[in-house]
Design a protein. Structure first.
Lengths: 445, 445
């Protein structure tokens, strides 16, 4: 029970009032902004995720400073601080402190949203189809990693005289694929179960695993001298074991799950049992050095063969609608678009570098769509575009690089622009290509 | 993307690994424990919430120390710390620190669960029925506040020689009703829509409002001398305005909501629109000095007249199943049952006081069931028992008192036991009374 402003006398209960107001108020701002923009996107026949990203930009560090990750080191919206301060009878400075302190709560909820989204993506995947396209997906993933990395690094070094190590780092940032964004767009356009959809999802999962290995290598290089192959081989082993275990369990574990579910009698059994498998797989993936999000996808894949898979999907959808939205909006809030302004002379070098990186980033992933051999006719452009958005994964690479002080401001801005460009262009281009194809109904609902 | 253990070189990413492991691991522990106990309770024909509370006790401060609020100042389970530490390659001390730091995330999620539960309770309420029983509910609420407060305070002062101020505080703690527990039990037993159910829910809401006013008075008294009537009158006014606005909007706002919902075309519109109303009402309630949870109930009541109310209920249920469970388990984790041990001489005075408080706490609320006049035949015992659980509200009173250093250890233990006793007895007794009545189907599902 958060307490009313009167109760300052004992303890710090005013703080709880501010906490609750901020907690609830942040959700309100996020949902109002995201929903407004999502509705606009639907009317423009664009994927709603684009609206969520744009909503984030509008309320975030590039816009009204209403939702601001502490890492942004920017000043929060004065109106918001003053409003909450006056409601709770504290100074705006106190509100600002509590805002920063409680921001991790919002991030934790958004993380839940990402897990829920990947869980749903796994549930909606066709295991047999995923295995059938395994070779193609692997080819796409590897090509989509090698091409942008090689072209990006070489271009930066030879065309722009960037020193080798920052160039390698930028190249590594270009290998990422945001499986969340891809899954969201394909899911909304009802394209997940197609051959192309499964190829992209499979490739994005593998790309995520490759990304972790690449990061480990780059960071080991950054450590200087002390490069040792052991931990990296261990990570590669862990990844292989993980994929094998996920495939094995998705063939065998569903009947056991169904049996357990049939024994359960307390209400809410479907959602809780699903959530237990989800958290178990997230824990396992993280424990062996991979990402929890990969575990979430594996959990969905494992339960996709369950008799209850549709019931689980129904219970997961509200979680996705609420919390994955928070996740995508937060990505948008962290994007600082001021580096885009060409009238600021400081930005020009970054813009030139960015144009180069963006072209390589798009070309490299699109080319990956043509990299595999297949008897079946598939839409290779869709596959390439599906691999394109760097999204939150690109931002994490960027964050690591700037934290380590490896990148010049111009290169940092260029990577950010490459991430923004691919993230925003991918849903737009995918939608264009898919509707031209007539593969879509007029209004997704 | 939380990063693998390798990446310690740059920044503090090991910390993120530990965070993710703890975050996901805590959910896993909570759901495994809660579900196991809930299944047991269903087979014993007891409400599942009792299982959730007991699960909390088992994994919390009285049990395995796996889920431990930082306020408990107890040592976390060594096995858990060692396991996570070895997985993430850090010391158990680091894990402990991150555990404490990230615990608010879990609390924030549990708070969402409470809001979702009260939202659902509001959605399932019958406004007309609630208004029809308004006078009875008010009588029950007032009697259920006055009797335990007066008897408790007087008894402590005259029978046990407790000084006036601590006695008043203990008396105030006895006025609480945990609307969450009551709503959960009635909801599960499909008793919410009955006359008794609506009387209790209405009375519990009013009791919550009265509780805030009482707390304000007690705290003002604690401030000593500086007692001023102004802020308390303001709070009473705010409460009246809030109830009036909620009733007015629930008669008028649903058509507007339905119209807006009909215009929305992006997917997930029902759950998002419902959530926007929910957060708006939570914010409004907290902003005028009441509780956000009251706003959540009002939001449900407002939307209970919507054409989409059943669709909203369906989307809210998974949130309740997951996060309200976390809320109730956390209540259990905070209960320190060691004060129950009669072999420890330090506990004896507390146990005697506790026995007295428990009798008054039960008698006072049960008597409230007989306090109103009604032409209709109602089960007054059910009404009284429904008002009985003190739950989290009682714990908050207790927390305030011990924070302020007002209470002796014996009195503190006695209040805790009174809270535990009423919280655990209410679901058991309600279930017994309701099934004897034959008002229930054999297995709730």
């Amino acid at each position: 029970m958060p307490l009313p402003p009167l109760l300052l006398a004992i303890g710090n209960h005013q703080e709880e009032v501010v906490e609750t107001l901020l907690q609830v108020g942040r959700f309100l701002i996020i949902f109002l902004a995201a929903r407004t923009l999502a509705e606009l996107m639907v009317r423009l026949e664009l994927p709603t995720i684009l609206g969520e990203l744009v909503a984030g930009v509008i309320i975030g560090v590039s816009g009204f400073h209403l939702i601001l990750p502490p890492e942004a080191h920017a000043q929060l919206n004065h109106g918001l601080l003053a409003l909450v301060g006056s409601l709770a009878d504290v100074t705006p400075e106190v509100v600002q402190d509590i805002y920063q302190e409680t921001f991790p709560n919002l991030k934790a909820v958004s993380q839940l949203g990402l897990y829920a989204l990947l869980f749903l993506t796994g549930l909606e995947s066709e295991l047999d189809e995923l295995v059938a396209v395994g070779v193609q997906a692997t080819t796409v993933a590897v090509t989509g990693v090698v091409l942008p990395f090689a072209l990006g690094t070489a271009g930066l070094v030879f065309l722009f005289d960037v020193p080798l190590f920052p160039a390698i780092f930028a190249g590594a940032a270009m290998t990422a694929t945001s499986i969340g964004i891809t899954a969201s767009v394909f899911g909304e356009l009802k394209f997940l179960k197609t051959r192309e959809g499964q190829t992209v999802i499979g490739a994005a999962v593998l790309d995520d695993i490759l990304g972790i290995v690449i990061l480990a290598v780059v960071v080991a290089l950054a450590g200087g001298g002390s490069f040792s192959l052991g931990p990296i081989l261990k990570l590669v082993m862990a990844a292989l074991v993980f994929v094998a275990a996920a495939l094995f369990l998705s063939r065998t574990a569903a009947p056991a799950f169904d049996w357990v579910l049939d024994q359960l009698r307390a209400p809410g059994e479907v959602v809780v049992a699903g959530f237990v498998v989800l958290t178990l797989c997230c824990f396992a993936a993280q424990a062996i050095g991979l990402e929890a999000a990969l575990g979430a996808f594996a959990a969905g894949l494992i339960l996709s063969a369950s008799r209850h898979t549709e019931a689980i999907q129904e219970t997961v959808k509200p979680l996705v609608a609420l919390f994955a939205t928070v996740f995508f909006v937060l990505i948008g809030t962290a994007m600082d678009l001021s580096v885009l302004n060409p009238f600021d002379p400081d930005n020009r070098q970054g813009l030139v570098l960015a144009a180069f990186l963006l072209v390589v980033a798009i070309a490299g992933k699109v080319a990956a769509g043509w990299s595999y051999w297949s008897k079946e006719k598939t839409n290779r452009l869709v596959v390439g575009l599906g691999m394109m958005p760097r999204g939150e994964v690109g931002l994490i690479f960027l964050g690591l690089g700037s934290q380590a002080g490896i990148l010049t401001p111009a290169l940092e801005a260029a990577i950010l622009l490459m991430v923004i460009g691919t993230t925003f262009l991918a849903p737009i281009l995918l939608r264009l290509v898919l509707s031209r194809q007539g593969a879509l109904v007029d209004q997704p609902s």
